[in-house]
Design a protein around this ligand. Structure first.
Ligand code: KG4
Ligand code: ZN
Length: 340
């Protein structure tokens, strides 16, 4: 029987229906435009939008999946981590559904769901765990940069994370300094295509340090100083493209090198990546060539499942449902700082 999943940890309201690893529907209502006016996510606005969009999004997901609420076997929602007021909207809606339908509830860890999203593929998407193998997984988004050793299905260990800004945040803040609208990551990706990644030299923070952590705030600061001293670069279209390509190259080199290094140290045969920054072309290409060189299998989340979505919440909840673990009390609270 199908399962209904909610995701509201940040600025996407998403509801999905999943059945036997098949994503029957995955409706995403993005608030990116709304928050763009403020240059970043405004938590109270996000919560209000979630409340407004939750029911229409859930109705759309059920109708697209051709599933009636009484056919549902279970309900799931992101329980954490994330913005408290945003998480609250989704978890409480899921708890109300589970209570009224008398079905079990699964409170899901948002990042744990990201770990399994690269195994969901196709259109309509299907989770394919028959090919699962131990891997090193990079979760790289606007809020997080985390490297995880996924030892087996539902067993993982965090290797490292960013000590300051996330990689997506670095793209967004560097882009803001260049005068690009929020979120700047996709624009930098686009502009970088016509630029020379070696035009300007930017630091590769923590690249040679013997750990799996990342740091991106120094890189952002170096872009600030670069623009203070070379403001003229922004007046020239090619200069801007070169700057985008150079900044992107610094971020991507750190992400790729540290991910591959961890994979070879842990002797896993597979690397996976998910999160909004995984949409970045240079990162996808960089991981692909490094994995090909080192004989590693690479699974990148497909583009529509890189950013936040309820499909990955539903797929993980179904894994837990089948293994009879992780059922969550109907009065459980949100866990905004839940550690992976
Ligand atoms: O997964 P996501 O939607 O989660 C968060 O809300 O954090 O990721 C959004 C982040 C933003 O920082 C955005 O600039 C970045 O992912 N992003 C990109 C690209 N597409 C999205 N960064 C670089 N290149 C892209 N193509
Ligand atoms: Zn996410």
């Amino acid at each position: 029987m199908p399962l209904l999943a909610f995701e509201t940890s940040c600025d996407e309201t998403s509801v999905a229906v999943v059945h036997d690893a098949r994503v029957l529907s995955n409706v995403v209502s993005s608030q990116v435009k709304l928050h763009g006016e403020y240059g970043g996510v405004v938590p109270e606005l996000a919560a209000r939008e979630h409340l407004k969009n939750l029911m229409p999004t859930a109705e759309a997901a059920l109708s697209e999946a051709k599933v009636n609420p009484d056919q549902l076997e279970a309900v799931a929602a992101t329980q954490g981590p994330g913005l408290p007021s945003a998480l609250m909207a989704g978890l409480k809606a899921a708890q109300a559904c589970a209570f009224s339908l008398r079905r079990p509830l699964f409170g899901i860890h948002h990042h744990e769901a990201h770990l399994y999203s690269p195994w969901i593929e196709g259109n309509p998407p299907i989770a394919n765990f028959s090919e699962f193998q131990p891997n090193v997984s990079l979760i790289v988004s606007g809020g997080h940069t985390i490297l995880v050793h996924v030892e087996s299905e539902l067993k993982h260990q965090v290797l490292g994370c960013t000590v300051d800004d996330a990689a997506g945040e670095c793209f967004d803040k560097a882009g803001k300094l260049m005068g690009l609208p929020y979120p700047a990551g996709p624009q930098i990706d686009l502009l970088a295509q016509g630029g020379n990644p070696k035009a300007f030299e930017f630091p590769r923070p923590m690249l040679s340090e013997d750990n799996d952590d990342f740091s991106f705030s120094g890189l952002k600061t170096s872009v600030r100083y670069f623009l203070r001293d070379h403001a003229e670069v922004l007046n020239d279209a090619q200069g801007l493209r070169d700057l985008c390509a150079s900044v992107q190259a610094a971020i991507v080199e750190v992400l790729v090198t540290k991910t591959i290094r961890a994979a070879s140290r842990l002797r896993v045969g597979c690397v996976t990546a998910s999160g909004g920054v995984t949409c970045n072309r240079a990162l996808r290409a960089g991981l692909a060539s490094a994995c090909a060189r080192d004989g590693l299998k690479l699974r990148l989340a497909q583009r529509d499942l890189c950013t936040d979505n309820a499909a990955m919440i539903g797929v993980l909840a179904e894994l837990k449902l089948r293994q009879r673990i992780g059922e969550t009390p109907l009065d459980a609270d949100i866990l905004p700082n839940w550690r992976l």
